[in-house]
Design a protein around this ligand. Structure first.
Ligand SMILES: Nc1ncnc2c1ncn2[C@@H]1O[C@H](COP(=O)(O)OP(=O)(O)OP(=O)(O)O)[C@@H](O)[C@H]1O
Ligand SMILES: [Mg+2]
Length: 238
């Protein structure tokens, strides 16, 4: 038995001849914000895909509350309480903000959907102002808010976020990360993947650094922020 909410043990994943993850280990405890940082192609998205079963590891183990996820279909993993907000904020472009959010709550009853909507609108008032707007016409940052909101409609215990800051105006990035902190304070555990190491370390408790499919460093985010190797390679400081 493992007492971590999520743990990856010696996970390896390939795309054909390309080895994307090599013996990756990682754990996330209930209540934490953990970040996985690394450059383009390091294997960050692959790690999240493996957790939700979109990609199956060649080797290793992935446990959620001590139970293996390796043979569980993706939709059941979602029903167990894990939600992924994928890279590039995949909202339904032709559906309205409200319809997108309702889709996220498809496993829940009417009263729960109503509560979910209230919660998401309190977190992102911009979405409430645009409730009837077609999602494809929202700004990049608003689409990211919608993608996070939709994931929250399922009331996940573990939220996986893939580069929530990518391609978004700085002001909206700030409100998205403030929302991530608020979601965590409400008791949702978060694993966030980022290329923007500065931001990710500032808004997390612990961190892992991934380089070409391997975990090369790990520790508290405060420690890593001050580590000379991290400063040089990821924070643009010498
Ligand atoms: N569908 C695929 N087919 C073949 N190779 C892939 C596929 N998806 C990813 N890869 C390769 O696997 C490696 C890890 O990719 P991954 O998308 O996990 O990186 P990442 O850390 O998320 O990068 P980025 O910051 O650019 O999103 C890369 O070398 C990538 O080229
Ligand atoms: Mg990626």
């Amino acid at each position: 038995m493992s007492d971590h909410l999520l743990s990856l043990r010696r996970v390896s994943c390939n795309y054909g001849a390309v080895q994307a993850l090599n013996d990756v280990h990682l754990k996330v405890d209930a209540g934490e914000i953990v970040t996985l940082i690394g450059a383009n192609g390091a294997g960050k998205s692959t790690t999240l895909k493996a957790i939700v079963g979109l990609l199956r590891p060649e080797a290793g183990e992935i446990l959620f509350e001590g139970n293996s996820l390796l043979r569980i279909p993706t939709h059941k993993i979602a029903a167990m309480g894990i939600a992924l907000v994928p890279e590039g904020r995949a909202v339904f472009a032709n559906l309205s903000v409200l319809e997108n959010l309702e889709m996220g709550g498809y496993l829940r009853n009417t009263a729960e959907i109503r509560q979910g909507l209230e919660y998401v609108f309190a977190l992102f008032p911009r979405l409430q102002e645009r409730i009837k707007q077609v999602a494809g016409t929202l700004s990049g940052g608003e689409q990211q808010m919608l993608a996070i909101g939709r994931a929250l409609m399922a009331k996940p215990r573990l939220l996986l976020l893939d580069e929530p800051s990518l391609g978004i105006a700085p002001l909206l990035v700030k409100s998205i990360y403030e929302a991530i902190d608020a979601i965590n304070r409400e008791g949702v555990t978060i694993l966030v993947v980022e290329q923007n190491a500065h931001l990710a370390l500032k808004h997390s408790h612990r961190a892992y650094v991934l380089e070409t499919g391997r975990v090369v460093m790990e520790g508290s985010s405060r420690e890593l922020e001050n580590d000379p190797r991290v400063k040089e390679a990821y924070l643009g400081e010498v």
